[in-house]
Design a protein around this ligand. Structure first.
Ligand code: COA
Length: 352
């Protein structure tokens, strides 16, 4: 039987650390001002979200989302002892694409130096914070059917360029950070039904689509892009909007349900799973999920405290971070559950 194996893992975050203390003084260019630009503070942010700091990419025009993806991809390929030329498929999840179209996966393919190979299919997926589990489900199906043999699955986000650094945007702005995580996946021949990627589930409820969104434009209208930087109502389109309470409640419900279903459908218990890696949206969400789903506390891995929410990147980034700290090891079984804009959610069980 062909099953999907994790061949390599890698992650990348920019060097610049932005603390909660610095956030109120940053302007839209991330420049530190003498006077407060946003009324927020470390205590509010930590109490509601658990976040202490996050990373920001330079905003001098030199870095795009595909550059963050590239660094994580190079590390995952090195970990897999493979070259970029070995890849026959890239699946890239982001809500901060380099440009509107084409998708960001083709920019990454070019930066990997394999644009001329023509043997590497490129997919962009748009499942926001659920992209890792959705992408893993796609990759697993491709590999088990023999469609592709070396898949690079990447989640990358450059949030800091598209947040609103003032009171109107503060509920969203404090949550997000920049970063990327990547996995290389391939086939293995095994009779063990628990080996490799054991389980994936993906769900959606489009009635929550406008509870967390970023418009930028509306294709139904003409002009479809109606933006004026000086007009507060019109420039609102340029920034993400969120009903934080509805997102919070639905996230807890979606992650608890998908975690419990993953265990029930595979017949595994927490003794069979080494680590629970939830999407890193908010530490309070994860604490609630752990409490309601009765997940052993010593199996939970978080990075939100120092990376914030890096959306499509959080799961591989968190696993890689804790592997570098010596906690996560090759051969460990991981249960991951995610929730994101859409609403979308899901879970996966796989062996690293
Ligand atoms: N700093 C200080 N005050 C802030 C603030 C900030 N960054 N953001 C909002 N506030 C204010 C609000 O304006 C409001 O003020 P008011 O009472 O004078 O109107 C007050 O804090 C409470 O706002 P509220 O929205 O009720 O707070 P909350 O307890 O719901 O917490 C979130 C807000 C965003 C932290 C919380 O809803 C949340 O975490 N939601 C999930 C978000 C998420 O995870 N998104 C990504 C999903 S993938």
């Amino acid at each position: 039987m062909i099953r999907t194996k994790v061949l390599g893992l890698g992650s990348y975050v920019p060097d610049r650390v932005v603390t909660n203390e610095e956030i109120p003084f940053l302007d839209g260019r991330h420049v530190r001002q003498q006077t407060q630009q946003t009324e927020t503070n470390d205590q509010w942010i930590q109490q509601r979200t658990g976040i202490k700091e996050r990373r920001y990419a330079p905003n001098d025009g030199s870095v795009a989302t595909s550059d963050l993806a590239l660094e994580a991809a190079k590390r995952a390929l090195a970990d897999a002892h493979l070259q970029a030329g070995d890849l026959d498929c890239i699946i890239l999840g982001t809500l901060s694409p380099d440009i509107h179209f084409p998708g960001t996966a083709v920019f990454l393919q070019k930066k990997l130096g394999i644009a001329q190979s023509t043997n590497c299919a490129c997919f962009d997926i748009r499942q926001q914070c659920s992209a890792f589990v959705y992408g893993l489900q796609m990759a697993d199906a491709f590999i088990r059917t023999g469609m592709y043999k070396r898949i690079l699955l990447v989640g990358a986000e450059l949030h800091s360029h598209a947040l609103e650094y003032n009171n109107r945007g503060r509920d969203v702005m404090v949550l997000f950070g920049d970063g990327a995580g990547a996995m290389v996946l391939g086939p293995m021949e095994t009779d063990d039904p628990r080996a490799g990627v054991m389980y994936t589930s993906a769900h959606a409820d489009g009635s929550g689509a406008l509870d967390l969104y970023l418009k930028i434009f509306e294709i139904a209208k003409l002009p479809y892009l109606d933006y004026d930087a000086t007009d507060r109502e019109r420039n609102e389109f340029m920034y993400p909007k969120m009903d934080g309470k509805r997102v919070f409640l639905n996230a807890v419900r979606g992650m608890v349900m998908s975690t419990q279903a993953a265990l029930a459908k595979t017949g595994l218990g927490w003794d069979d799973v080494q680590w629970f890696v939830p999407h890193q949206a908010n530490l309070r969400i994860n604490e609630k999920v752990v409490e309601v789903a009765k997940i052993p506390h010593d199996k939970v891995l978080n990075t939100i405290q120092f990376y914030g929410n890096t959306t499509a990147a959080t799961v591989p980034l968190t696993i890689d971070y804790w592997r570098q700290q010596g906690k996560v090891k090759r051969g460990d079984r991981i249960l991951s559950s995610v929730f994101g804009s859409g609403f979308t959610w899901g879970a996966a069980i796989f062996t690293l």
